[in-house]
Design a protein around this ligand. Structure first.
Ligand code: PLP
Length: 394
């Protein structure tokens, strides 16, 4: 059955992805089932999205209830779900103002505009620069692509937005070297995801924050992949005690409903985007916000952060043991439930493909890395099962 669906899809879908040859049909907890009824253990979560696992009853009920009331009304009006979702984001982050978007890339676009507007208000003129990191990933729209340090992704689409300078992640001197009198912001992922699962060092993040203070720059932390509990903290920066001026969220904030947000601290909120400066038709509609709101409730109710800390420590231990055991595994990187194994002399992609046929969903990241971003509700038994299926795939 799968083969026929795949053939039909390939006749009509623009081929921008080399998809794995599987047609998924439904999910339950941490398991997925394809159209032929085969079971898979999921350690990818739809790319770090499905934190609560699949078919969480309370979550789906909240969505059904909202569908029966109101799905969309535009940002010309207020709705209760938007008010509630925004309150929960502000409370969890300690930041000041939220703008909801439909995706991660759009959250980045908004963050870049806010930074440029902040500098424009301050200086009374435009033409500001942004410092971004090599091997970063911020999305595929033109603005987000402009700050994505990946030559292959950027090359065909130049010219991108001007005034972006790249520095080396975890190298404070290289960031300093890119600061000019035009710089308005520094953007980075608290843990680089797509680029190969690399957490910021504490010295680096604190150093970047100090540079931002010294030069009146805005610190933009992209928490789209590493945020929402994945490191064992609601937002990865909270572990470092380094508060961003602007934070971007998406992926797990909706747990399957397409929604993102950029969230501004007091200083950025007061001095940047004003009435008429930014907008979106769908962004923050009551359906999306009902999802966000329920996600925050369920994180508390289901003790998600506690689970990431305990089971994440166990995952770390088991992955470290694999690095000890197999020569072709060079190192483990990451925190909690955002982990990577760097592979040498073999293809991580081929291992991931074999894992899939062995009933394990894992994905890869840049630099020949196996990426583990499971639902945050996994148990130690799930970790054991993952390791067993993974070792079979080596
Ligand atoms: C996925 C991702 C994005 C882009 O999000 P989309 O919803 O795919 O546009 C941006 N930044 C990071 C760190 C991501 O992991």
């Amino acid at each position: 059955m799968s083969d026929q669906y795949i053939e039909k899809a390939e006749e009509t879908i623009l081929h921008t992805y080399d998809r794995y040859p599987v047609v998924f049909d439904r999910g339950e907890g941490v398991h997925l089932y394809d159209v032929d009824g085969k079971e898979y253990l999921d350690f990818a979560a739809g790319i770090a999205v499905q934190s609560l696992g699949y078919h969480n009853r309370e979550y789906t009920q909240a969505l059904k209830d909202q569908i029966d009331k109101l799905t969309h009304i535009s940002n010309l009006y207020y709705t209760v779900p938007m008010m509630e979702a925004a309150q929960k984001v502000v409370k969890a982050s300690g930041l000041s103002r939220v703008f909801f978007t439909n995706s991660g890339a759009e959250a980045i676009e908004g963050a870049l505009k806010a930074a440029k507007k902040y500098a424009y208000e301050r200086d009374g003129k435009a033409d500001h620069e942004i410092i971004a990191m090599e091997h970063s990933f911020h999305g595929r729209t033109m603005g987000a692509l402009s700050v994505t340090g990946n030559e292959k992704y950027q090359a065909p689409f130049r010219p991108l937005i001007p005034g972006v300078r790249f520095a080396v992640y975890n190298d404070l001197e290289s960031v300093k070297a890119q600061i000019t009198e035009k710089t308005c912001a520094i953007i980075l992922e608290t843990v680089q995801g797509e680029g190969g699962i690399r957490p910021a060092t504490e010295d680096f993040l604190k150093g970047v924050k100090a540079l931002c203070r010294e030069h009146d720059l805005l610190l933009i932390l992209d928490e789209i992949q590493c945020g929402m509990g994945r490191t064992g903290w609601m937002f990865a920066w909270q572990e470092y005690g380094v508060e961003p001026d602007i934070m971007t969220c998406a992926k797990a904030i909706g747990c399957g409903v397409p929604v993102g947000a950029f969230v501004l601290g007091e200083r950025a909120a007061k001095g940047s985007l004003k009435s008429g400066d930014h907008g979106t038709t769908y962004g923050g509609n009551p359906f999306a916000c009902a999802a966000v709101s329920k996600v925050f409730d369920l994180y508390e109710k289901e003790h998600i952060l506690e689970n990431v800390r305990t089971v994440g420590a166990y995952l770390t231990e088991r992955l470290d043991a694999l690095v000890e055991k197999y020569d072709f595994l060079k190192e483990r990187r990451g925190k909690g439930m955002i982990q990577g194994l760097e592979v040498t002399g073999r293809s991580a992609g081929e291992i991931a493909a074999r894992a899939l046929s062995n009933g394990l969903v894992v994905i890869t990241a840049g630099g020949n890395v196996l990426r583990f971003v499971p639902p945050l509700v996994i148990t130690k038994e799930d970790v054991d099962c993952m390791v067993e299926r993974l070792e079979r795939s080596f």
